[in-house]
Write a protein that binds this ligand. Structure first.
Ligand SMILES: Cc1ncc(COP(=O)(O)O)c(C=O)c1O
Length: 389
């Protein structure tokens, strides 16, 4: 970052990105500039190569088998999740989800419920646990289980492989929301038993906003969510039968995908395991520093190595939004307050009415960042609301 800030809002967006990402976007705009699949000239062909390379690298990162065209690009995880949910579920179908979901799952499932889909919501708890007995029961007759891999409020990581095994035994498909985990935690769709994977490009994958996608296992067919030009088969009134074109109507975000490719290459080079280990160490350091501050209430559990790099706190007698504002204005510490688009998770923590302050870590976070942020929180807790206004 150009200004001297401590950026601790990686769960919203990795606003700090490797230089290679910024350079890849600039290079695309300067030297390529064309839209992939929209002409046969050299620039469009170059653009198409970048998009294909990004599909391949993402498939490698997720250990996704088969044709890389089964990984389609969308503007974000929300669009990918909507494409999967509305594509798979029909009136009378049963979908099982948990209270750990973001509004990107909760709201489309609610909309589907209004159209006759039966939705079962599995309760969560303050520790991020789930009753496997309840899940097993709910899965009977289900068409789909939706799992949020890493929660963006409590920071818990769900036991996806076990849940997927139970879903498959019940004859249900498994859709995983990897918005919060891709790039932060290792993902292996084969080992975890995932059938559809929705991801966003601008968080742990280190790409620009306006990038994200969906991987769909061979044998599962989704209808298009959008209809329009695909660059080929133009005389047909229908969308093409084959992926990726079937799900990718309209011109794509070439510069964004070029940046996403650079982000994924950075992760493949440095290793997601190593990123996760580092983030876990720093999270522990932050958690322990804040734990000792009088007036600070740790709202999310530590979770050890099994969690995401998220620390949720409140400060006695200070509104979370005011605390976040003061952290920015007085200390240059950038965090996010509120309900983080996941009201059910906040209700589990008991912060549904007030919201809370989220400090979230990423690839570039340092021990110094963590110490300075904890010191800033301590200073605010000490002075309470005295600087109000
Ligand atoms: C768990 C989870 N799912 C989905 C999303 C939605 O991601 P996007 O805004 O990129 O669509 C988010 C973003 O905060 C998230 O944390």
């Amino acid at each position: 970052m150009t200004d001297d800030v401590i950026y601790l809002d990686y769960a919203a967006t990795s606003a700090v990105r490797p230089d290679t990402v910024t350079e890849a976007v600039a290079r695309y705009l300067r030297d390529v500039g064309a839209t992939p699949g929209r002409a046969g000239h050299r620039r469009a062909v170059d653009a198409g190569r970048i998009v294909l390379r990004c599909r391949r690298k993402l498939a490698q990162l997720f250990n996704a088998p088969g044709d890389p065209g089964r990984l389609t690009f969308h503007l974000n995880a929300t669009q990918a999740l909507n494409t999967a949910l509305f594509g798979l579920l029909r009136p009378g179908d049963r979908v099982v989800r948990t209270e750990y979901d973001h509004n990107a799952v909760r709201r489309p499932v609610l909309a589907l419920k209004q159209r006759g889909v039966q939705a079962v919501v599995i309760e969560g708890d303050v520790h991020g646990g789930l009753s496997m007995f309840e899940v097993e029961h709910a899965l009977k007759g289900a068409r789909l289980l939706v799992i949020t891999h890493a929660n963006n409020v409590i920071g818990n990581v769900l036991p996806v492989a076990d849940l997927a095994r139970m879903a498959h035994e019940a004859g249900a498909l498994v859709l995983m929301d990897a918005a919060q985990s891709a790039g932060h935690l290792p993902i292996d769709v084969e080992r975890m038993g995932i059938d559809l994977l929705a991801f966003t490009g601008h968080k742990g994958l280190l790409g620009p906003q306006g990038t994200g996608g969906l991987w769909v296992r061979e044998g599962i067919e989704l209808p298009p969510a959008f209809f329009g030009g695909t660059g080929g088969d133009s005389d047909s009134p229908d969308m093409p039968d084959t992926l990726p074109d079937r799900l990718e109507a309209g011109s794509m975000n070439g510069p964004g995908i070029a940046g996403l490719l650079a982000g994924v290459e950075w992760l493949l080079e440095h290793g997601v395991d190593a990123v996760h280990r580092r983030e876990t160490r720093l999270k522990q350091r932050l958690w322990e520093a804040l734990y000792d501050v009088p007036g600070v209430v740790m709202q999310s559990p530590m979770h050890g190595a099994d969690g995401a790099g998220i620390v949720m706190i409140t400060i006695d007698e200070i509104d979370p939004a005011e605390a976040a504002l003061r952290l920015d204005r007085e200390f240059g510490v950038l965090v996010r307050a509120g309900l983080h688009c996941a009201p059910e998770s906040h209700t589990l923590l008991g912060t549904g009415a007030t919201g809370a302050i989220r400090l979230s870590l990423g690839w570039a976070t340092t021990a110094e960042d963590v110490d300075r942020a904890a010191a800033a929180v301590a200073r605010i807790a000490e002075t309470k609301g005295s600087r109000r206004g």
